[in-house]
Design a protein. Structure first.
Length: 151
């Protein structure tokens, strides 16, 4: 089940932030793990104050998508539940609330890049992430129905 919420606290925030850390360490093998570990304390309250889409089954959060305005700040699925369509469902839920979405993905994270292409995102530009010095790909999705409405 997908839960759309604005902010988390307590055990739910701990659960989501742990998914954030573990998934970043696994997906971004090319960035020193200490970067993510050191950023944990800073990102935790940010996640706690964010607009989130949570994927939860049997009271266990299995993945989440964080969004700010139309920008997907992150999509993370617990390793134990990957390959089950959770990421696809989270993207679909976000699409139902927006006419357009944007995101950035590291060039070396080809699995994520290919995933976003399959979800209808297109590449809009490339650049260097100033924090990690890694090449990043900016992507966007626009609801074709909104174009017909003149949005």
């Amino acid at each position: 089940m997908i839960i759309h919420t604005h902010g988390l606290s307590g055990p739910q925030l701990d659960e989501v932030t742990n998914i954030w850390l573990t998934a970043n360490l696994e997906a971004h093998w090319f960035i020193n793990g200490n970067y993510w570990r050191n950023y944990y304390a800073e990102v935790k309250p940010q996640i706690g104050d964010s607009e989130l889409f949570l994927y939860e089954e049997a009271n266990v959060i299995q993945g989440f998508l964080g969004i700010e305005d139309n920008y997907i700040a992150g999509l993370f699925v617990d390793k134990r539940y990957r390959g089950q369509g959770i990421g696809r469902e989270l993207i679909a839920a976000a699409k139902r609330t927006r006419d357009e979405l944007t995101l950035s993905v590291y060039e070396k994270n080809q699995a994520a890049y290919q995933f976003y292409l399959k979800q209808g995102f297109i590449e809009t530009s490339r650049g260097i992430d100033p924090v990690t010095n890694e090449r990043a790909i900016n992507m966007a999705w626009r609801d074709s129905a909104s174009k017909r409405r003149g949005s």
